[in-house]
Ligand binder design. Structure first.
Ligand SMILES: NC(=O)c1ccc[n+]([C@@H]2O[C@H](COP(=O)([O-])OP(=O)(O)OC[C@H]3O[C@@H](n4cnc5c(N)ncnc54)[C@H](O)[C@@H]3O)[C@@H](O)[C@H]2O)c1
Length: 343
């Protein structure tokens, strides 16, 4: 039985990936601080929880591990700006450390789930060989992690980088701070779809089931096709401009719920815009996404309507991290003898 260490396993992508790995017969070590709760992963005989900070990963935790999928991160631009030092430590340094420890421990394959956001702003369509242009701490830390980790690839240590498009779709650790997910929520709740100015910016999208399929596929793919390689993860039809995408989502929600949806602009003009070429993953891995934006929107709606999903603070990454930091300070001030009122 093959063992996969997944870091950031309790996050949005991790909480979709881990059950799929278990279902396919892998043993999983789920390493996470579990900032969003341990309950996002169901217990399973082949699942081991490791509540640890990725910055403190030890060689021992990699013993017997065949594959690493290194999802851990402070996972978006606003959180990266607010907590920049931690973002460099976690998204760059800890992942470089994990990759090095993994190589030393005899791990066979290491996957770095990076982001298309490292393309930043581009006038023309970009592919994996194009010059990157990271505009934020989050994107810069991803780029640096890629640069330091890719050269570790050799005949016995297969390294692959996935530059994921912006992810959408339902997951147990839901994120309503992602474009499509947030649009669906606003349209459902207030009949108003929030759209980031000016709507002309290009942003590729990929469903959470699709990107996790790719990660699992890499565990058994022919190493000659993937070793030392970077793949953009997404599909040619999902290179949206946010304005037209907003209209698609508004129409989908309107049709499903039979009510008019208004589009409302917010924020300053978004300077990130990238149109991405996905030919490499389509030709080399023979892979195409299965989920469209409409299908993803309908799926989220189903969960909202049946009450299995809500927009709690936990679903907005930056707000949740800010709350945790705030409460950490307060609790440290008032806690005595291991408690507050009950000691
Ligand atoms: N969601 C997207 O749209 C998207 C797009 C491109 C790339 N990515 C990348 O995919 C990865 C996963 O993203 P996600 O959406 O699941 O994010 P997420 O925030 O939902 O998950 C990150 C997980 O990492 C954990 N974590 C954070 N710091 C930690 C630390 N120091 N030690 C241990 N655990 C820690 C958190 O508790 C959380 O469970 C990230 O690297 C992200 O940059 C995501």
């Amino acid at each position: 039985m093959q063992t996969v260490l997944v870091t950031g396993a309790g996050g949005y992508i991790g909480s979709v990936l881990v059950p799929k790995l278990l279902q396919q017969g892998f043993t999983v070590k789920a390493l996470d601080r579990f900032f969003f709760g341990k309950d996002k992963l169901e217990t399973h005989p082949q699942l081991q929880f490791i509540q640890e900070d990725a910055r403190r990963l030890s060689e021992q935790q990699l013993a017997g591990v065949d594959y690493v999928i290194d999802l851990v991160a402070v996972s978006n631009d606003p959180s990266g700006e607010q907590f920049s030092e931690a973002t460099w430590q976690i998204n760059h340094q800890s992942r470089v450390m994990t990759a090095n420890l993994a190589k030393k421990a005899g791990v066979k394959r290491y996957i770095l789930p990076s982001s298309c956001s490292i393309y930043g702003f581009q006038d023309n369509e970009v592919d994996e060989t194009s010059k990157t242009n990271p505009l934020t701490v989050y994107a810069k830390a991803n780029e640096k992690a890629e640069q330091d980790i890719l050269p570790l690839a050799n005949e016995t240590f297969v390294v692959t980088i996935l530059r994921q498009a912006t992810v959408f779709g339902y997951g147990p650790r839901m994120r309503f701070d992602l474009a499509i997910n947030g649009m669906v929520y606003g349209a459902w709740k207030d009949n108003v779809l929030p759209l980031m100015r000016d709507g002309k910016q290009y942003r590729p999208m990929v469903h959470v089931q699709d990107t996790t399929d790719v990660m699992i596929h890499l565990l058994t793919a022919d190493p000659h096709n993937i070793n030392g390689e970077i793949f953009n993860v997404g599909g040619a039809e999902q290179n949206y401009q946010l304005g037209p995408l907003g209209e698609i989502i508004a129409k989908t929600v309107s049709n499903e719920l039979n009510k008019p949806i208004k589009i409302e602009w917010y924020g300053d003009v978004d300077h990130r815009s990238y149109r991405v070429n996905f030919d490499k993953i389509a030709t080399i891995l023979k892979w195409q996404p299965r989920f469209s934006a409409e299908k993803g929107a309908k799926e989220i709606l189903t969960h909202l309507v049946d009450g299995t999903l809500e927009r709690s603070t936990q679903t907005i990454t930056l707000n949740w991290y800010k709350d945790l930091e705030k409460w950490h300070k307060i609790i440290k001030q008032v806690e005595l003898h291991g408690g507050i009122l009950n000691i």
